[in-house]
Design a protein around this ligand. Structure first.
Ligand code: AMP
Ligand code: GLY
Length: 428
């Protein structure tokens, strides 16, 4: 069988990790990344002019280049209909249609679906009018969590600590809202968060793994929400058994409902769970791998990832089932962000100590690039989250040590990183 030609869409740390992992698969002949970043060039061929959110352009490129599998990293291309266009062009794609991507792109859609299949989630009310939402916030026993019902690039959720903060958030969101858009107010849940990943094709679900991710900018979960500042896997309190239970209790009913509703799901599904005193509750769905979760999960997967993803893309879940599994050991990822992230990252500064991971690179420290560009022989900052340093080890403490050894070697003026990633899993 000739090797597979794979196209990864996106330009972040997740896509570098996917390209790195796919580049190690026996079944893969060639990896391209569109548009990619300065680091992904070490794992394949960048296609810098490809706009991943232009469905016609992506479908044309993939068909012309005889791409055998497209792996969509971020949600925006899916929301724009890239999977629909690829499906029409008969190119196998991992990622749902725009209609099925509403699981991520519309909080109201996801919440209503969860309610219909009786999967636990926080109580919620949807508003299209700021004043009605503010009245609701005034009447709530605790300040509600405020969520935009549109794709807001990680800035659409506010977890307020006072009613006034909730009201301010409602006003800010409605001010920036697309016409007719709604805002969801939901009950605040308490507990530890875990990200759970499965492969879904129609009604069939194959479990992948769980990871913990840290969304706040600063140590101790202080500061603003970000795209994610680090994470670790495995999660000691959420092992194989818990992942399988999540598939049976959450992923399977959701997949079944999507099929019944005429919008079958195909791709990686990510459930953000809150582990509450009353059991796991769904905070959100994402229709893709997490970032930074992908950076730390990819190095833990044994088997042939491309075959597993090809199975999902071609409705052959027998191929997907058992093609990959989480091996032994642990991994910890720490994001190094630019000064000014998340509001206004400072770009253009030179950065050292960030040799990008290549598929041949299999050591205890892997560097995945996100917001980087090449200037002559050096790397410069081109985005908010600059690199993820991933440490690997036989357990979480040794993986953590490796990751922070990598972070210590990064040379970047004013860089920001958390010092407490996976700290809670290290017993003194
Ligand atoms: P989401 O995009 O819906 O996952 O929200 C982003 C982050 O906000 C989550 O990862 C949680 O940390 C927090 N969050 C969202 N919904 C709630 C909730 N109902 N209760 C407490 N925290 C929440
Ligand atoms: N790590 C959170 C996300 O990818 O949405």
């Amino acid at each position: 069988m000739p090797g597979l030609d794979v196209l990864v869409l996106g330009a972040g740390g997740r896509e570098h990790a996917l390209a790195w992992r796919l580049g190690r698969d026996e079944s893969v002949a060639r990896v391209r990344i569109g548009p990619g970043n300065a680091g992904t060039a070490a794992c394949g061929t960048n296609v810098p002019d490809l706009n991943p959110s232009d469905p016609a352009a992506v479908a044309r490129y993939a068909a012309n280049q005889r791409i055998g599998l497209v792996v969509v990293g971020p949600e925006a291309p899916l929301a724009a209909g890239v999977a629909d266009a690829l499906e029409q062009a008969s190119v196998p794609v991992v990622g749902p249609t725009a209609a099925a991507a509403r699981l991520e792109t519309s909080k109201a859609f996801a919440k209503q679906l969860l309610r219909r299949v009786d999967v636990p989630t926080a109580d919620f009310v949807t508003f299209t009018d700021a004043e009605a939402a503010i009245d609701h916030a005034h009447g709530a026993a605790r300040p509600p969590v405020v969520k935009a019902d549109w794709l807001a690039a990680g800035k659409g959720v506010v977890v307020p600590s006072s009613t006034q903060e909730a009201i301010d958030a409602i006003r800010v969101l409605f001010d920036g809202a697309p016409r007719g858009a709604s805002v969801v107010l939901e009950q605040r849940l308490e507990g530890r968060e875990v990200s759970v990943f499965g492969l879904v094709c129609g009604e069939r679900v194959v479990p992948l793994a769980a990871a913990c991710d840290y969304k706040r900018l600063a140590d101790g979960d202080a500061g603003p929400n970000t795209g994610g500042m680090g994470g670790y896997a495995p999660v000691p309190s959420f092992g194989r058994r818990e992942v399988e239970a999540a598939m049976a209790d959450i992923f399977e009913p959701v997949a079944w409902r999507m099929v019944r509703d005429g919008t079958p799901y195909r791709g990686v599904l990510y459930a953000g769970l809150m582990l509450t005193a009353d059991g796991p509750m769904v905070l959100e769905f994402n229709v893709r791998f997490g970032d930074p979760e992908a950076q730390l999960l990819m190095p833990l997967l044994d088997g042939d990832l491309a075959q597993a993803l090809l199975g999902v893309a071609t409705n052959d879940m027998a191929l997907a089932d058992g093609a990959v599994s989480v091996g032994g050991g642990a991994s910890v990822g720490v994001v190094v962000a630019a000064a000014g992230y998340p509001e206004s990252p400072v770009r253009g500064d030179a950065i050292g100590g960030v040799d990008p991971a290549t598929p041949a690179d299999d050591g205890s420290l892997l560097c995945f690039h996100a917001g980087t560009a090449r200037r002559g022989t050096e790397y410069v900052v081109a985005g908010g989250r600059v690199v993820t340093m991933v440490g690997r080890g036989r357990d979480l403490p040794s993986a953590r040590e490796a990751a922070y050894r990598g972070v210590a070697g990064v040379e970047l003026e004013g860089e920001q990183h958390r010092t407490d990633i996976a700290q809670r899993e290290v017993t003194a």
